[in-house]
Design a protein around this ligand. Structure first.
Ligand SMILES: Nc1ncnc2c1ncn2[C@@H]1O[C@H](COP(=O)(O)OP(=O)(O)OP(=O)(O)O)[C@@H](O)[C@H]1O
Length: 321
């Protein structure tokens, strides 16, 4: 554990988890942003995966006590974040927006965050230095934020959220726009913060980012929690879904007939000389298609999945198709 410039807020954790969300819904008029979501999470990194508009930010805002739930109950460190100011003080939020003041130095920006959290006097500078150290920016703390790369800017935002040494750190899409090296560095930072006993909750709409975030994943879509578990299990579940594939060849009709005869596809259509197939067993189809083409003397020009985007993965998980 690192030494901290000020006492960590001592708040009891419940048996349920450091964050507990119990049958929570949030309505904005007729819009259901969050629908009957329940989960409990503890120390370490948890990823909240979901497409745009899934309800991730709304869940985060409720956890931070910024907006009330319409129904259900949220507990952070055993208390209601709307009612308990101590608990609000043990949450750090990294917002999605790039809300930095470019003319301030990183140290000034983080100190401002420390003052906002109620620190004063020497504690402000000590907390600022400590937070910049955590994100590996202490050496460039006197540079203005306007000079920073996207990855460094994100780390300044994390430092600002960490400055009061919160037990719970909530990060809204913190990996967006980072290059692979910056992303790896940020993910390593999240894990080190989680290993120090913090509950680190990170949202993302990118499946591959979540693969690197770790084993604890919550999947939300259309306001509902639709899956939860180890990333590999979720990936398997996603890979088991039916796939739609476009196959280009010089003899689409002959190829189509054989694919149906051999039971390799569940649906098929011909589109402008190309065969569009649905298959439940993409591996077998992939293995056999070249052999079949060879047998028939048919030349393959293209094999492309049409539904390998994240939206179709979510659609499958939500609707089972
Ligand atoms: N203040 C609001 N008033 C009305 N509707 C809202 C409000 N905030 C969110 N919504 C709606 O609630 C739904 C969930 O939005 P939310 O921002 O929580 O999703 P998200 O998963 O964070 O997506 P994104 O990454 O795009 O922000 C969306 O349909 C959104 O339009």
């Amino acid at each position: 554990m690192p030494t901290t410039p000020h006492d960590a807020v001592a708040v009891a954790t419940t048996l349920d988890g450091m964050i507990t969300v119990d049958n929570v819904s949030k309505f904005f008029g007729s819009v259901v942003a969050v629908s009957d979501v329940s989960f409990a999470i503890d120390a370490g990194v948890t990823a909240l995966l979901g497409p745009n508009g899934a309800g991730k930010s709304t869940l985060f805002r409720m956890m931070c006590g910024l907006t009330p739930a319409s129904r259900g109950e949220l507990r952070v460190l055993g208390a209601d974040p709307r009612a308990d100011l101590d608990v609000r003080g043990s949450i750090g939020l990294v917002p999605q927006q790039d809300a930095l003041f470019d003319h301030l130095s990183a140290r000034q920006f983080v100190s401002l965050a420390a003052e906002t959290q109620g620190l004063s006097g020497d504690d402000v500078a000590a907390a600022g230095d400590w937070a910049l150290e955590q994100v590996d920016l202490a050496a460039v703390g006197s540079k203005t934020v306007g000079q920073f790369s996207k990855g460094m800017r994100q780390r300044v935002k994390v430092a600002a959220a960490l400055v009061h040494d919160p037990k719970v750190l909530i990060l809204d899409e913190p990996l967006t726009g980072l290059d692979p090296v910056q992303r790896r560095r940020m993910i390593a930072l999240f894990h080190s913060l989680g290993d120090q006993g913090r509950c680190v909750l990170v949202s993302s709409h990118v499946l591959d980012e979540v693969a690197r975030l770790g084993s604890n994943v919550l999947v939300v879509a259309q306001g509902r929690l639709i899956a939860r578990g180890d990333y590999r299990d979720l990936r398997e579940l996603m890979d088991d879904r039916p796939h739609r594939i476009r196959i280009g060849s010089n003899e689409p009709r002959r190829l189509a007939t054989v694919l149906v005869d051999r039971g390799l596809v569940t649906a098929l259509s011909l589109d402008d000389g190309e065969v569009i197939v649905d298959t439940l067993d993409i591996d077998t189809l992939g293995r056999q298609i070249a052999t079949i083409a060879l047998e028939l003397g048919v030349r393959l020009t293209e094999i492309n999945p049409l539904d390998d985007d994240l939206e179709s993965v979510f659609r499958y998980l939500v609707e089972g198709r």
